[in-house]
Design a protein around this ligand. Structure first.
Ligand SMILES: [Zn+2]
Length: 347
Protein backbone atom coordinates (compact mmCIF):
# COMPACT_ATOMS: atom_id res chain seq x y z
CA UNK A 1 0.00 0.00 0.00
CA UNK A 2 1.46 3.38 -0.95
CA UNK A 3 1.90 5.59 2.02
CA UNK A 4 -0.44 8.53 1.92
CA UNK A 5 -0.33 11.24 4.54
CA UNK A 6 -3.37 11.26 6.77
CA UNK A 7 -3.99 14.89 6.04
CA UNK A 8 -3.33 14.69 2.30
CA UNK A 9 -6.25 14.70 -0.10
CA UNK A 10 -7.64 11.20 -0.64
CA UNK A 11 -6.45 9.71 -3.97
CA UNK A 12 -10.02 8.73 -4.80
CA UNK A 13 -10.68 12.36 -5.73
CA UNK A 14 -13.41 13.00 -3.20
CA UNK A 15 -11.70 16.18 -2.05
CA UNK A 16 -11.72 14.95 1.56
CA UNK A 17 -8.62 14.31 3.61
CA UNK A 18 -7.37 10.73 3.37
CA UNK A 19 -7.96 10.14 7.09
CA UNK A 20 -11.60 11.13 6.67
CA UNK A 21 -12.19 9.13 3.50
CA UNK A 22 -10.40 5.93 2.37
CA UNK A 23 -7.75 5.95 5.09
CA UNK A 24 -9.72 3.92 7.65
CA UNK A 25 -10.98 1.54 4.95
CA UNK A 26 -7.44 0.84 3.69
CA UNK A 27 -6.21 0.33 7.25
CA UNK A 28 -8.97 -2.14 7.95
CA UNK A 29 -8.14 -4.10 4.80
CA UNK A 30 -4.46 -4.21 5.70
CA UNK A 31 -5.33 -5.55 9.15
CA UNK A 32 -7.60 -8.22 7.67
CA UNK A 33 -4.88 -9.30 5.24
CA UNK A 34 -2.34 -9.51 8.02
CA UNK A 35 -4.69 -11.68 10.06
CA UNK A 36 -5.18 -14.01 7.09
CA UNK A 37 -1.43 -14.37 6.62
CA UNK A 38 -0.89 -15.09 10.31
CA UNK A 39 -3.80 -17.55 10.58
CA UNK A 40 -1.84 -20.73 9.66
CA UNK A 41 0.34 -20.19 12.74
CA UNK A 42 -2.57 -20.79 15.09
CA UNK A 43 -4.84 -22.82 12.82
CA UNK A 44 -2.45 -25.73 12.29
CA UNK A 45 -1.96 -26.50 16.00
CA UNK A 46 -5.74 -26.41 16.45
CA UNK A 47 -6.19 -28.94 13.66
CA UNK A 48 -3.44 -31.17 15.03
CA UNK A 49 -4.98 -31.09 18.49
CA UNK A 50 -8.29 -32.24 17.03
CA UNK A 51 -6.83 -35.30 15.32
CA UNK A 52 -7.55 -37.58 18.25
CA UNK A 53 -11.17 -37.51 17.08
CA UNK A 54 -10.03 -39.71 14.21
CA UNK A 55 -7.95 -42.16 16.22
CA UNK A 56 -9.80 -45.19 14.87
CA UNK A 57 -8.46 -44.42 11.41
CA UNK A 58 -4.88 -44.15 12.58
CA UNK A 59 -3.66 -47.75 12.17
CA UNK A 60 -4.70 -48.05 8.54
CA UNK A 61 -3.30 -44.61 7.76
CA UNK A 62 -0.01 -45.40 9.47
CA UNK A 63 0.32 -48.56 7.44
CA UNK A 64 -0.46 -46.76 4.19
CA UNK A 65 1.86 -43.83 4.77
CA UNK A 66 4.86 -45.87 5.87
CA UNK A 67 4.23 -48.66 3.38
CA UNK A 68 3.78 -51.22 6.14
CA UNK A 69 7.07 -50.39 7.86
CA UNK A 70 5.59 -49.12 11.11
CA UNK A 71 2.64 -50.02 13.29
CA UNK A 72 0.70 -48.39 16.08
CA UNK A 73 3.07 -49.64 18.73
CA UNK A 74 5.95 -47.88 16.90
CA UNK A 75 4.27 -44.49 16.84
CA UNK A 76 6.15 -43.03 19.78
CA UNK A 77 9.47 -43.99 18.24
CA UNK A 78 8.77 -42.75 14.73
CA UNK A 79 11.21 -39.90 15.13
CA UNK A 80 13.98 -42.33 15.96
CA UNK A 81 13.39 -44.25 12.75
CA UNK A 82 12.50 -41.50 10.29
CA UNK A 83 13.50 -37.86 10.05
CA UNK A 84 10.67 -35.90 11.60
CA UNK A 85 8.62 -39.05 11.31
CA UNK A 86 5.73 -38.14 13.61
CA UNK A 87 5.40 -34.65 12.17
CA UNK A 88 5.39 -35.98 8.61
CA UNK A 89 2.85 -38.64 9.43
CA UNK A 90 0.45 -36.48 11.42
CA UNK A 91 0.48 -33.74 8.79
CA UNK A 92 -0.30 -36.33 6.13
CA UNK A 93 -2.96 -37.92 8.33
CA UNK A 94 -4.68 -34.54 8.78
CA UNK A 95 -4.64 -33.45 5.15
CA UNK A 96 -4.56 -36.64 3.11
CA UNK A 97 -5.90 -39.70 4.92
CA UNK A 98 -9.44 -40.45 3.78
CA UNK A 99 -12.22 -42.34 5.48
CA UNK A 100 -14.59 -44.65 3.60
CA UNK A 101 -16.55 -41.64 2.39
CA UNK A 102 -13.39 -40.15 0.92
CA UNK A 103 -13.17 -37.38 3.51
CA UNK A 104 -9.94 -36.29 5.17
CA UNK A 105 -9.82 -35.09 8.79
CA UNK A 106 -9.26 -31.53 7.54
CA UNK A 107 -12.35 -31.76 5.34
CA UNK A 108 -14.43 -33.10 8.21
CA UNK A 109 -13.13 -30.45 10.62
CA UNK A 110 -13.93 -27.78 8.03
CA UNK A 111 -17.49 -29.06 7.79
CA UNK A 112 -17.83 -29.38 11.56
CA UNK A 113 -15.46 -26.95 13.29
CA UNK A 114 -17.26 -27.11 16.62
CA UNK A 115 -14.84 -27.14 19.51
CA UNK A 116 -11.96 -25.75 17.45
CA UNK A 117 -12.65 -22.17 18.54
CA UNK A 118 -11.60 -20.76 15.20
CA UNK A 119 -11.24 -17.06 14.56
CA UNK A 120 -12.87 -15.55 11.49
CA UNK A 121 -9.50 -15.42 9.73
CA UNK A 122 -8.77 -19.06 10.59
CA UNK A 123 -12.19 -20.12 9.29
CA UNK A 124 -11.59 -18.25 6.07
CA UNK A 125 -8.13 -19.77 5.58
CA UNK A 126 -9.32 -23.28 6.44
CA UNK A 127 -11.98 -23.08 3.74
CA UNK A 128 -9.15 -23.22 1.17
CA UNK A 129 -7.32 -26.22 2.60
CA UNK A 130 -9.55 -29.15 1.69
CA UNK A 131 -7.54 -30.14 -1.41
CA UNK A 132 -4.11 -29.65 0.13
CA UNK A 133 -2.10 -32.86 -0.26
CA UNK A 134 1.45 -34.05 0.12
CA UNK A 135 3.08 -33.54 -3.27
CA UNK A 136 6.32 -32.59 -4.98
CA UNK A 137 7.11 -29.02 -5.98
CA UNK A 138 9.98 -27.90 -8.16
CA UNK A 139 11.75 -24.71 -7.13
CA UNK A 140 11.63 -22.41 -10.16
CA UNK A 141 12.76 -19.14 -8.57
CA UNK A 142 14.59 -18.17 -5.43
CA UNK A 143 14.12 -14.66 -4.17
CA UNK A 144 16.85 -14.17 -1.63
CA UNK A 145 15.47 -12.69 1.54
CA UNK A 146 11.86 -13.23 0.51
CA UNK A 147 10.84 -16.67 -0.56
CA UNK A 148 10.50 -19.12 -3.40
CA UNK A 149 8.43 -19.63 -6.43
CA UNK A 150 7.56 -23.27 -6.91
CA UNK A 151 5.78 -25.24 -9.58
CA UNK A 152 3.66 -28.28 -8.84
CA UNK A 153 5.66 -31.08 -10.42
CA UNK A 154 2.45 -32.66 -11.70
CA UNK A 155 0.34 -29.73 -12.68
CA UNK A 156 2.32 -26.69 -13.82
CA UNK A 157 0.74 -24.50 -11.20
CA UNK A 158 3.02 -21.68 -10.07
CA UNK A 159 2.89 -20.75 -6.41
CA UNK A 160 4.62 -18.17 -4.28
CA UNK A 161 6.06 -19.52 -1.09
CA UNK A 162 6.75 -16.90 1.52
CA UNK A 163 9.69 -18.13 3.51
CA UNK A 164 12.81 -16.02 3.70
CA UNK A 165 14.78 -18.76 5.48
CA UNK A 166 13.86 -21.29 2.82
CA UNK A 167 15.07 -18.82 0.23
CA UNK A 168 18.51 -18.99 1.80
CA UNK A 169 18.93 -22.73 1.80
CA UNK A 170 16.88 -24.07 -1.07
CA UNK A 171 18.37 -23.99 -4.54
CA UNK A 172 16.90 -23.53 -7.96
CA UNK A 173 15.78 -26.81 -9.51
CA UNK A 174 15.48 -28.67 -6.23
CA UNK A 175 12.30 -30.50 -5.28
CA UNK A 176 10.31 -30.05 -2.10
CA UNK A 177 7.95 -32.84 -1.11
CA UNK A 178 5.65 -31.21 1.37
CA UNK A 179 2.25 -29.77 2.20
CA UNK A 180 1.84 -26.19 1.01
CA UNK A 181 -1.13 -24.44 2.56
CA UNK A 182 -2.47 -21.21 1.09
CA UNK A 183 -3.20 -18.13 3.19
CA UNK A 184 -4.18 -15.10 1.16
CA UNK A 185 -2.04 -14.95 -1.94
CA UNK A 186 0.93 -16.90 -0.59
CA UNK A 187 1.71 -20.43 0.48
CA UNK A 188 3.25 -21.71 3.67
CA UNK A 189 4.90 -25.00 4.51
CA UNK A 190 2.77 -27.11 6.86
CA UNK A 191 4.89 -29.53 8.84
CA UNK A 192 8.17 -30.75 7.43
CA UNK A 193 9.51 -30.43 3.90
CA UNK A 194 11.78 -32.98 2.27
CA UNK A 195 14.38 -31.24 0.15
CA UNK A 196 15.50 -33.34 -2.81
CA UNK A 197 18.18 -32.74 -5.38
CA UNK A 198 17.12 -32.06 -8.99
CA UNK A 199 18.31 -35.48 -10.18
CA UNK A 200 15.32 -37.11 -8.51
CA UNK A 201 12.80 -35.47 -10.85
CA UNK A 202 13.03 -38.06 -13.64
CA UNK A 203 12.51 -40.91 -11.18
CA UNK A 204 9.64 -39.07 -9.51
CA UNK A 205 7.93 -38.74 -12.88
CA UNK A 206 8.45 -42.40 -13.66
CA UNK A 207 7.30 -43.50 -10.21
CA UNK A 208 4.12 -41.41 -10.39
CA UNK A 209 3.43 -42.54 -13.95
CA UNK A 210 3.48 -46.18 -12.85
CA UNK A 211 0.96 -45.39 -10.12
CA UNK A 212 -1.24 -43.36 -12.47
CA UNK A 213 -1.20 -46.20 -14.95
CA UNK A 214 -2.37 -48.53 -12.22
CA UNK A 215 -5.06 -46.10 -11.10
CA UNK A 216 -6.42 -45.90 -14.63
CA UNK A 217 -7.31 -49.57 -14.56
CA UNK A 218 -10.24 -48.77 -12.31
CA UNK A 219 -10.59 -45.11 -13.26
CA UNK A 220 -9.68 -44.70 -16.95
CA UNK A 221 -9.89 -40.90 -16.94
CA UNK A 222 -7.73 -40.43 -13.86
CA UNK A 223 -5.25 -37.55 -14.01
CA UNK A 224 -2.20 -36.67 -11.97
CA UNK A 225 -4.45 -34.38 -9.94
CA UNK A 226 -6.62 -37.40 -9.09
CA UNK A 227 -3.54 -39.42 -8.21
CA UNK A 228 -2.36 -36.72 -5.81
CA UNK A 229 -5.79 -36.37 -4.25
CA UNK A 230 -6.19 -40.07 -3.48
CA UNK A 231 -2.70 -41.62 -3.38
CA UNK A 232 -0.35 -38.98 -2.02
CA UNK A 233 1.17 -41.53 0.39
CA UNK A 234 3.25 -42.77 -2.56
CA UNK A 235 5.38 -39.64 -2.31
CA UNK A 236 6.38 -40.62 1.20
CA UNK A 237 7.27 -44.07 -0.10
CA UNK A 238 9.49 -42.30 -2.61
CA UNK A 239 11.18 -40.24 0.11
CA UNK A 240 11.68 -43.40 2.18
CA UNK A 241 13.56 -44.97 -0.72
CA UNK A 242 15.93 -42.05 -1.20
CA UNK A 243 19.49 -43.08 -0.47
CA UNK A 244 20.87 -42.24 2.94
CA UNK A 245 24.31 -43.48 2.07
CA UNK A 246 26.30 -43.40 -1.11
CA UNK A 247 26.15 -47.19 -1.42
CA UNK A 248 22.36 -47.09 -1.29
CA UNK A 249 22.18 -45.06 -4.48
CA UNK A 250 20.39 -47.86 -6.32
CA UNK A 251 17.45 -47.95 -3.93
CA UNK A 252 15.35 -45.52 -5.91
CA UNK A 253 15.65 -47.48 -9.14
CA UNK A 254 14.79 -50.55 -7.10
CA UNK A 255 11.64 -48.88 -5.76
CA UNK A 256 10.49 -47.89 -9.23
CA UNK A 257 11.16 -51.41 -10.52
CA UNK A 258 9.43 -53.01 -7.55
CA UNK A 259 6.44 -50.70 -7.87
CA UNK A 260 6.19 -51.49 -11.54
CA UNK A 261 6.33 -55.22 -10.83
CA UNK A 262 3.83 -55.00 -7.98
CA UNK A 263 1.43 -53.00 -10.09
CA UNK A 264 2.20 -54.98 -13.22
CA UNK A 265 2.97 -51.94 -15.32
CA UNK A 266 5.70 -52.05 -17.93
CA UNK A 267 7.91 -49.20 -19.01
CA UNK A 268 6.44 -49.39 -22.51
CA UNK A 269 2.92 -48.94 -21.17
CA UNK A 270 3.78 -45.71 -19.50
CA UNK A 271 5.87 -44.46 -22.37
CA UNK A 272 9.28 -44.37 -20.78
CA UNK A 273 12.16 -45.08 -23.06
CA UNK A 274 10.14 -43.53 -25.88
CA UNK A 275 9.60 -39.97 -26.96
CA UNK A 276 6.35 -39.76 -25.05
CA UNK A 277 6.22 -37.37 -22.19
CA UNK A 278 5.20 -38.37 -18.73
CA UNK A 279 1.93 -36.57 -19.24
CA UNK A 280 0.74 -38.78 -22.06
CA UNK A 281 0.25 -41.97 -20.15
CA UNK A 282 -1.85 -44.32 -22.25
CA UNK A 283 -4.59 -46.28 -20.57
CA UNK A 284 -4.40 -50.06 -20.62
CA UNK A 285 -7.26 -52.48 -20.40
CA UNK A 286 -5.56 -55.22 -18.44
CA UNK A 287 -6.99 -55.55 -14.97
CA UNK A 288 -4.29 -56.63 -12.59
CA UNK A 289 -5.28 -55.85 -9.04
CA UNK A 290 -3.63 -52.92 -7.38
CA UNK A 291 -1.29 -53.52 -4.52
CA UNK A 292 -3.64 -53.53 -1.60
CA UNK A 293 -3.01 -51.37 1.35
CA UNK A 294 -3.43 -53.51 4.41
CA UNK A 295 -5.10 -52.30 7.48
CA UNK A 296 -5.27 -53.24 11.09
CA UNK A 297 -8.04 -53.22 13.62
CA UNK A 298 -5.92 -51.83 16.36
CA UNK A 299 -7.20 -48.72 18.01
CA UNK A 300 -4.89 -45.95 18.97
CA UNK A 301 -5.10 -42.48 20.28
CA UNK A 302 -3.00 -39.77 18.84
CA UNK A 303 -0.81 -38.22 21.39
CA UNK A 304 -0.70 -34.80 19.89
CA UNK A 305 -0.17 -32.74 22.98
CA UNK A 306 3.24 -33.62 24.23
CA UNK A 307 4.93 -33.88 20.89
CA UNK A 308 7.04 -30.94 19.97
CA UNK A 309 6.88 -31.95 16.34
CA UNK A 310 3.16 -31.58 16.09
CA UNK A 311 1.60 -28.46 14.74
CA UNK A 312 4.61 -26.69 13.36
CA UNK A 313 3.85 -23.04 13.04
CA UNK A 314 4.00 -22.51 9.35
CA UNK A 315 3.09 -18.86 9.31
CA UNK A 316 6.18 -18.14 11.28
CA UNK A 317 8.54 -18.60 8.45
CA UNK A 318 11.53 -18.52 10.72
CA UNK A 319 10.46 -21.90 12.02
CA UNK A 320 9.65 -23.66 8.83
CA UNK A 321 13.14 -23.81 7.49
CA UNK A 322 16.14 -23.41 9.64
CA UNK A 323 19.24 -21.51 8.71
CA UNK A 324 22.72 -22.82 8.24
CA UNK A 325 24.35 -25.92 9.54
CA UNK A 326 22.94 -28.48 7.15
CA UNK A 327 22.54 -31.33 7.60
CA UNK A 328 20.23 -31.03 10.53
CA UNK A 329 21.52 -33.07 13.50
CA UNK A 330 18.37 -35.18 13.38
CA UNK A 331 18.55 -35.61 9.65
CA UNK A 332 22.25 -36.08 9.23
CA UNK A 333 22.92 -38.08 6.16
CA UNK A 334 25.75 -38.90 3.84
CA UNK A 335 26.48 -36.76 0.84
CA UNK A 336 24.74 -38.90 -1.77
CA UNK A 337 23.30 -36.79 -4.53
CA UNK A 338 19.67 -37.55 -3.74
CA UNK A 339 19.82 -37.37 -0.01
CA UNK A 340 16.56 -36.00 1.32
CA UNK A 341 16.92 -33.32 3.89
CA UNK A 342 14.07 -32.59 6.21
CA UNK A 343 13.47 -29.04 7.14
CA UNK A 344 11.21 -28.15 9.94
CA UNK A 345 10.70 -26.51 13.22
CA UNK A 346 13.50 -27.00 15.61
CA UNK A 347 12.61 -28.49 18.91
ZN1 LIG B 1 -11.40 8.43 -0.68
Amino acid sequence: MPSIGRNEPCPCGSGKKYKNCHGPIDAEQATAQRKIKQAPDTLLPKLMDALDRFGLELPAALNRFWNGSYHVQDIKELDQHEDRGSERFLTWFAFDAQNEAGQTPVQRLTADPEGLALTDAETQVLSHWSRVRLQPYEVVAVRKGHGLQVRTLFGDELLDLEDHKAAKRVELGEVLITHLVPAGDTQYVAGAAAQLTPDTIAQLHEFAAVHLQDMRRSQPDATYADLIQSRSHIFNHFVMALPREQQEAGKLDELVAMTRAALNVTAEQIGFGSAETERSVPAVASGAPAAADGSSDDVAEIDADNDANVGTGVGDTTQTFETGGLPHPKTSRAEASSVPQYQGQDD
